[in-house]
Design a protein around this ligand. Structure first.
Ligand code: SF4
Length: 384
């Protein structure tokens, strides 16, 4: 099963409870980025082009555990950067398991075999290994040869050691549907528990700006891939059937970025995992003070092509709670890959993009220098 029964029941009852309580916005998956440093430099990544002062920052164990408690989401996805470079990650994972959170540790797997002994198999813990396709596609996507083979070895070792293991996969423009379908067959044959799939988001700072998908191309690509696997039923996805249905163009969804709130070394990122347009000090401040209506497809230029799971899985889950028969039908019959697509959201009223990235980085570097100076001053006066 892509998602263990215990997790499906806990998350399902959490979501139903939020609806019964009439909460308009609630978190589902905390995106925890404990560092931005990585040991790869992928062409489509918008997370690693920070100056060294930022790349050297780490979220502490106490801050990571406090963030999970503040937020209360039942699932935590630990991303980055490469999380396995964080020396205290085993303690963070252990603490989150004590809080009974379901953890997906996203990794490029280069360090997985070396560090695996620091973690224990648990129904609360899943390795989520980044693989963007078979050998040639993946090594090209991560701009380094040999990474696919290393990741596959690590997946086999993790499965042999009794861990749950998923793959997370991002598709870009130029993906061949036939090869993508055959890649899904290969990973299922490796014994992975589930697949998380998403189209890439066009990060304004990613080195390669040529290969991001627009919404029309995304929908057709997913129809072409899922159609080769019985509407997706051939493979185990760790995502809701309605999110896959949305990717194939059968649902008109607005994003729910608060469902996947992001905590990183800057604080709580506004408005979502993909856009860093400001930061809140606390989760409460993020939820209450973010101008949510300024964002989303049709509202903001930078959102126009977004169909990423971190923005829309929460929408699909909420839809499944409101329309369980629709969700059941798609999950039993598979995603429709022919016929008219659902109408898309018009873009004629969206506001222009703002470019605020360098302002945040400058402010963060000023804060780091100020903290360092204050510490040095404290040490000097203690020594006198
Ligand atoms: S559409 Fe939503 S999830 Fe996507 S970038 Fe915009 S705010 Fe973020």
């Amino acid at each position: 099963m892509a998602v263990p029964l215990q997790q499906a029941v806990r998350v399902g009852s959490y979501v139903v409870k939020q609806h019964l309580m009439g909460r308009k916005r609630y978190p589902l998956v905390l995106m925890l980025e404990p560092l931005f440093r990585c040991n790869l430099a992928c062409a489509g990544c918008g997370k690693i082009d920070y100056p060294d002062e930022i790349l050297n920052q780490r979220i502490s164990v106490a801050d990571a555990l406090h963030a999970a408690e503040e937020c209360g989401a039942p699932v935590v996805s630990i991303a980055g950067g490469e999380p396995l470079l964080h020396k205290e990650l085993p303690q963070i994972v252990e603490g989150l398991i004590k809080q009974k959170r379901f953890i997906y540790l996203c990794t490029n797997a280069l360090l997985l075999e070396k560090k695996m002994h620091l973690y224990k198999p648990s129904p609360y813990f899943t390795w989520s290994v980044h693989l963007d396709g078979s050998k040639d596609e993946h090594d090209k996507s991560v701009c380094q040869t040999g990474v696919y083979e290393k990741a596959v070895e690590a997946i086999k070792a993790a499965k042999a050691a009794g861990f749950r293991c998923n793959i997370n996969c991002t598709f870009f423009d130029g993906t061949d549907p036939e090869r993508a379908a055959s890649f899904f067959d290969d990973v299922m044959a490796m014994g992975v528990d589930g697949i998380t799939v998403s189209p890439g988001y066009s990060y304004e700072r990613a080195p390669d700006q040529q290969h991001f998908l627009n919404r029309g191309k995304t929908k057709q690509l997913f129809r072409d891939i899922l159609g080769r696997g019985n509407g997706g039923k051939k493979w185990e996805f760790s995502q809701s059937s309605l999110f896959l249905d949305f990717l194939a163009g059968n649902q008109t969804y607005h994003c729910t970025p608060w469902a996947n709130p992001t905590r990183n070394v800057f604080g709580w990122q506004r408005p979502c995992y993909l856009l860093g347009e400001g930061y809140a000090k606390t989760f409460k401040e993020l939820m209450e003070d973010t101008k949510w209506d300024d964002y989303g497809v049709g509202n903001y230029e930078k959102c126009a092509d977004c169909m990423v799971h971190s923005g829309f899985e929460g929408t699909a889950v909420a839809d499944a709670i409101k329309h369980p028969l629709k969700a059941l039908r798609v999950s039993r019959q598979g995603v429709a890959v022919t016929g008219a697509m659902a109408p898309d959201i018009p873009l004629d009223k969206q506001r222009k993009a703002e470019y605020v990235f360098s302002r945040h980085v400058e402010k963060a570097i000023e804060d780091i220098h100020a903290q360092k100076e204050a510490l040095d001053k404290q040490r000097r006066s203690a020594a006198e």
